[in-house]
Design a protein around this ligand. Structure first.
Ligand SMILES: Cc1cc2nc3c(=O)[nH]c(=O)nc-3n(C[C@H](O)[C@H](O)[C@H](O)COP(=O)(O)OP(=O)(O)OC[C@H]3O[C@@H](n4cnc5c(N)ncnc54)[C@H](O)[C@@H]3O)c2cc1C
Length: 411
């Protein structure tokens, strides 16, 4: 009988895993089950070009429908997988229908962290994760209207940039003492606060939202310090949570993510997981859970190989990006545990610089603003675990390329 691989989640990871499975030699059925009514699409443009109106939903597709047809990949869209029975090797859909699998891939991604503050369910208060969310947000965008963004993370700041461009008076309310506090050095946070203020955004930090008020829809955001902000539109961007429940209820190990090895395998030889939902080993940073497209794509390739009995460990260096106004931020590596920050360029007045994060004299991460070359060579320096001096990193006259070349000679 023909063997079946089921992929749960019509996600970034699935869009890679399914064709990679064919390339690795899987000849049986491949069925992707996704609870959204769409083929896998790029999520990053949601808070950028799609919100702005520069892209339409069809422009976001990761692959056109005929590509999946060519690879003989089936989709069951608008269907949710409710449970896994590992003994019977079946999954159960919300409708009660059971489907048998020989191999299973969990690509369930993350969901937004929600708040339970008074008024948080009023019309006009939004979260941002999928196309349907943006379509609702766009329905509330009014030139000259007031938008309040709760949360000064990347998604909150990207959204603030777009809403400002769309002519809304935009306020960002961040509870921490600075924006991007979880992910960047204080200098970089100060840079982003400056840029947003220059563009007309009212950035408030160290401020806790207490609730939302309005009669038939949101009119005001109220804060713990007694201040309040008029709002026609509110977007809450306070992080995400991995969708691990399906795995956990099937007694697969989870810990802020589905635990997998370097080949994306769970402890069950027939089940892999890939993307935002996994906690996996990194050769550079120990066990990590990442929220990024490059991670979903690269890990999916390892997962596809593993399902075909091959070992192709996922060892790529994490990287990310964010677009705000004329700024392209590219981030190489993770800065966790850094003991020194070195800046190349002038982040107090320019919009082009690098912030390098060092730990014990080695580069572990770099935030590169409008510096694609430096980003590229930072990745090499980090992945090569090359010893660099803070003085050289800070010196604009020393091309980063030369540091990678010196290391080659020394090695
Ligand atoms: C607004 C926004 C902007 C972003 N910007 C960037 C960026 O600039 N750069 C970057 O690298 N990353 C960015 N990201 C993050 C990036 O989109 C994610 O890292 C990526 O989508 C993760 O892919 P994934 O394959 O893990 O899962 P996802 O793409 O999250 O997809 C998971 C899918 O599985 C479905 N699902 C879950 N459970 C079930 C179930 N039981 N049954 C059926 N279906 C299920 C979900 O509904 C979802 O459709 C952004 C994300 C958002 C929301």
């Amino acid at each position: 009988m023909e063997r079946t691989c089921i992929i749960v989640g019509a996600s970034h990871a699935a869009a890679q895993l399914a064709p990679s499975l064919r390339q690795e030699g899987w000849e049986g059925r491949i069925v992707v089950i996704g609870d959204e009514p769409r083929l896998p699409y790029h999520r990053p443009p949601l808070s950028k070009a799609y919100l702005l109106g520069d892209k339409q939903a069809d422009d976001l597709l990761i692959r056109a429908a005929d590509v999946y047809t060519r690879f003989n990949i089936e989709f069951r869209l608008g269907e949710r997988v409710e449970s896994i029975d590992r003994g019977d090797r079946t999954i159960t859909l919300r409708s009660g229908e059971k489907l048998a699998y020989d191999k299973l891939a969990l690509c369930t991604g993350t969901r937004v962290r929600t708040v339970t503050l008074p008024g948080s369910t009023l019309p006009g208060v939004h979260y941002l994760r999928n196309i349907a969310d943006i379509d609702r947000i766009r329905g509330d965008v009014r030139t000259g209207g007031r938008a309040v963004i709760v949360g000064g993370g990347y998604i909150g700041l990207e959204t603030a940039a777009v809403l400002t461009k769309l002519g809304m008076h935009t306020t960002v309310l961040e509870m921490a003492p600075r924006v991007l506090a979880r992910v960047t050095a204080p200098q970089v946070s100060t840079f982003f606060e400056r840029v947003h203020r220059e563009e007309g955004v009212d950035v408030r930090t160290g401020i806790a939202v207490r609730g939302f008020e309005g009669t038939s829809r949101v009119e005001k955001v109220v804060c713990a310090d007694g201040s309040s902000f008029d709002a026609d539109l509110v977007i809450i961007g306070v992080g995400v949570m991995p969708n691990v429940e399906l795995a956990a209820h099937a007694n697969l190990a989870t810990d802020n993510g589905i635990l997998v090895d370097a080949c994306a395998r769970t402890a069950d030889p027939d089940i892999v997981a890939a993307g935002d939902c996994t906690m996996h080993p990194s050769p550079y940073y120990g066990y990590i859970r990442l929220e990024s497209v490059p991670n979903a794509t690269e890990q999916a390739k390892s997962a596809a190989a593993a399902l075909c009995g091959k070992e192709k460990p996922y060892a790529a260096l994490p990287w990310f990006w964010s677009d705000q106004y004329d700024i392209k931020l590219q981030i190489a590596g993770l800065n966790q545990g850094y003991d020194e920050v070195v800046v190349r360029g002038d982040l107090r007045s320019d919009r082009s610089f690098c912030a390098f994060y060092l730990k014990d004299g080695r580069l572990i991460a770099a935030d590169c603003v409008n510096r694609p070359q430096e980003f590229m060579f930072s990745k090499k320096l980090i992945a090569g675990q090359i010893v660099v001096s803070a003085t050289q990193l800070a010196d604009e006259a020393v091309p980063l390329k030369s540091l990678t070349e010196v290391a080659k000679v020394e090695n």
